[in-house]
Design a protein. Structure first.
Length: 414
């Protein structure tokens, strides 16, 4: 079969052979590879997008792995584009600094540092920040801004380079990255080599339980290979001689966890919150199968409902646009098979995305000024996790009778 070469045979955490997926979202294009308008006719890479749970360690993960170089070499996502992220990472850096109060100027390494926002916050919080970022354009931009960034994949070579130049790291951070890397066992070994004996790893990721409960199925896309719960994570780190010692809840992507991990014997006490998460997941049935089957049924129900709303609006002869072209928009638009005949355009504030097309369905992406100049009757807010910011910004369009649809957790007009 065409896609067999990308099929993942074993669990990314524990090497157990994988079974059948519980959720299938169709054969989808790469969510962040936005074709340029002039390339509209060129074929795009596609691959099945489906999710399976490991029966041994319970890690929820994609059935297929797309080669990293196809996804990450020219990455359009720039984290600094929203105030929410800037505030978030400033607080994050202070949290990390506060846990290293005994150190003078601790070394903090951020893996997948993007445009260097968190690394710059480490510097400001009184640490020595180093970023590691494989996307050439982002690493170059970070360095231009004075943020020390190695343009590399995080591997043995990168670790060697950091150890030689700066020594062992007191903190290593990996935000969302941890869910994005196929060979996570390799990453974990490298993190262990890089970390000081009393150092810690901090990872932040969208929490599996929230995804299930709040129906955030649009966080499923090819770059996002793992959907992490504490049970699977605990199993994973134990295998590498490490342990989770603290967990805090954060709200970036509508329900994320920040998890702190040390080498066993790292000197910090394991806080009771860790056992609480493990118990909660067991009680919620996240180690079984029913929760996931129910989730998949609700996802199919979502498609029926959104398509019904769109069809009804079009039947009245009214126009629809979208707000925000994040990866999650690609998932919803391709899963629901929305077309440029239904959605006239999508606005996005990221200038790198403007003039491009939504992968697969080829809906044009334009600057937000376009919406003010050519308002549609309805606007679907695909970047729903920023809907508060967005509604503040474009709420004035209500005077022109524009109505807004927030797609998740259930399509609703607001
Ligand atoms: Zn497993």
């Amino acid at each position: 079969m065409e896609y067999d070469q990308y099929k993942r045979k074993t669990c990314r955490y524990c090497d157990e052979p994988l079974g059948e997926p519980f959720l299938e979202l169709g054969v989808q294009p790469l969510a962040n590879n936005l074709p340029r308008r002039e390339d509209a006719a060129k074929p795009e890479f596609h691959c099945p997008l489906a999710v399976v749970k490991c029966r041994k360690c319970h890690l929820v993960q994609l059935t297929h792995s797309v080669p990293a170089h196809l996804m990450f070499d020219d990455y359009l996502y720039v984290s600094s584009t929203t105030q929410t992220f800037r505030t978030h990472f400033a607080e994050y850096a202070k949290d990390v600094r506060g846990r290293l109060s005994q150190k003078q100027t601790p070394l903090a390494v951020d893996i997948g540092s993007n445009d260097g926002l968190l690394v710059s916050c480490y510097d400001k919080a009184g640490m020595r920040g180093i970023g590691v970022e494989p996307a050439k354009n982002l690493a170059a931009e970070a360095n231009r801004q004075g943020v020390t960034t190695l343009n590399r994949y995080f591997g043995a070579e990168a670790v060697k380079e950091i150890l030689a130049q700066y020594g062992k790291a007191d903190a290593v951070s990996a935000n969302n990255v941890f869910a994005h890397i196929d060979d996570i066992q390799g990453v974990c070994r490298n993190v262990r080599d890089l970390l000081a004996e009393d150092g810690f790893l901090v990872i932040e990721f969208a929490y599996l339980a929230t995804m299930i409960e709040k129906m955030f199925f649009d966080m499923v896309y090819h770059e996002h290979v793992c959907y992490i719960g504490v049970t699977a994570l605990d199993f994973f780190f134990t295998k590498f001689g490490m342990e989770i010692f603290d967990i805090t809840e954060v709200d970036t992507h509508g329900g994320s966890l920040r998890v702190f991990i040390q080498k066993i014997g790292g000197g910090r006490e394991r806080k009771p919150v860790v056992a609480r998460f493990l118990n909660d997941e067991r009680e919620k049935g996240m180690l079984g199968d029913k929760v996931y089957a129910d989730f998949a049924a609700r996802v199919l129900g979502f498609k029926t409902k959104l398509n019904g709303m769109v069809a009804a609006i079009k039947k009245e002869g009214k126009s629809i646009s979208g707000y925000g072209a994040p990866a999650k928009a690609t998932t919803i638009i391709n899963f629901c098979e929305l077309t440029p005949a239904q959605i006239d355009y999508i606005v996005d504030d990221n200038p790198l995305k403007q003039g491009r097309l939504v992968p697969g369905r080829k809906i044009p992406i334009v600057p937000s000024a376009h919406l003010a100049a050519h308002p549609t009757a309805y606007v679907i807010i695909f970047a729903w996790n920023f809907s508060k910011e967005i509604l503040t910004k474009i709420g004035f369009l209500r005077e022109k009778n524009v109505r807004f649809i927030v797609p998740l957790p259930e399509p609703a007009t607001v």
